[in-house]
Design a binder for this molecule. Structure first.
Ligand code: UDP
Ligand code: MG
Length: 317
């Protein structure tokens, strides 16, 4: 029989934190009075993580180990775990104890009592994060909000999702999914649970600047094709400037103030620059449409249809 809850944990070189994590997670889950499984996704670790996992598995029957062949990144590791999770609910949680395992029981309670599909873990206190992490995170969420991405401020990847949500997420054909932005676009009813972001219990962050940049780029380009439009606007602006400069160059020539050849050179350079940017912008518009087609996000999700009441369930109350 399928477990009630799946706990998906991505892990990359977490040998130093793993014993602490298991020690803290197990009592929480054993106290739930619900069946559960823990899906540990070893994201191509090069340290003792796989060996440790094998050892814990022998003493903890609900522990499952999924090993990826190569380090594929946090988001990919979570996707791998979700794809294999069998629970009616799935929680994704970091292995470094920055997301307190005790919050899982609250998520489960909120999810069941309020009848929502998604329960976001929202960081109410980030004081344990470094100054750099806080500033970059704030900038990130501000930019994403401007680009119209739905989603809670300060909600990372600590969240609980219903089976329907997990299936919908996995059905998205995007390759570089940014889950914290993709889940809200699915539009399932949701609730939030606040928690204090703790310090990493042991070991070092597996998110170097390069991976943070990768995630932000994926987030921006995944949420919007607005950056592609930039060329169009620069082109239009350039065209205006070219007109201005051209008019000035002609005027200077007529007045006899200019060096021979200057006017024609300026007009040609600025004119061509603007034309190229406009052409790029035009290309961008088409690339943007292709991008949307490739992403193939559904245009809408139906929550309720009176004709299919039984099939879709949940009547608005
Ligand atoms: N992680 C992963 N693959 C990676 C990088 C990170 O599975 O390539 C896991 C890591 O083991 C941890 C979670 O993702 O469980 C979050 O990573 P980390 O705590 O290093 O990120 P930070 O909290 O510093 O942003
Ligand atoms: Mg961490």
């Amino acid at each position: 029989m399928n477990p009630h809850l799946s706990v998906v944990v991505p892990m990359f070189d977490e040998e130093s934190v793993l014993p602490l994590f298991v020690e803290r997670l197990r009592p929480v889950l054993d106290d739930l009075r619900a069946s559960y499984e823990v899906v540990c996704v070893d994201d191509g670790s090069r340290d003792a993580t796989p060996a440790l996992l094998e050892r814990y598995r022998r003493a903890w029957p609900q522990l499952r180990v999924v090993r990826l062949r190569a380090n594929s990144g946090h988001q990919a590791a979570i996707s791998a775990g979700l794809a294999r999770a069998r629970g009616d609910w799935a929680v994704t949680i970091d292995a470094d104890l920055q997301d307190p395992p005790e919050v899982i029981s609250e998520m489960l309670r909120v999810g069941t009592e309020r009848g929502v599909d998604v329960v976001y873990g929202v960081r109410t206190d980030r004081s344990s994060d470094t100054f750099f992490k806080r500033v970059t995170a704030e900038g990130f969420y501000a930019v994403m909000a401007r680009l119209g991405a739905r989603g809670a401020m300060n909600a990372g990847d600590f969240r609980m999702m219903s089976r329907a949500t997990v299936d919908a997420v996995l059905a998205l054909p995007e390759t570089n999914r940014v889950l914290r932005l993709a889940v809200p676009t699915l539009g399932f009813p949701s609730a939030e649970v606040g928690y204090r972001r703790e310090e990493r219990a042991a070991g070092r962050s597996k998110y170097p600047l390069s991976k943070m940049l990768r995630l932000s780029l994926d987030a921006v380009t995944g949420a919007s094709s607005a950056p592609l439009r930039l060329a169009t606007w620069c082109g239009l602006l350039g065209l205006l400037v070219a007109f201005g400069v051209g008019a000035f160059a002609l005027w200077a020539k007529v007045m006899g103030h200019s060096v021979t050849g200057w006017a024609s050179t300026i007009v040609v350079i600025s004119g061509f620059g603007a034309a190229q940017l406009l052409g790029l912008g035009l290309l961008g518009e088409y690339v943007g449409r292709m991008f949307a087609a490739v992403q193939a996000r559904p245009t809408h999700y139906v929550a309720y249809d009176s004709l299919e009441e039984s099939a879709l369930g949940r009547q608005p109350s």
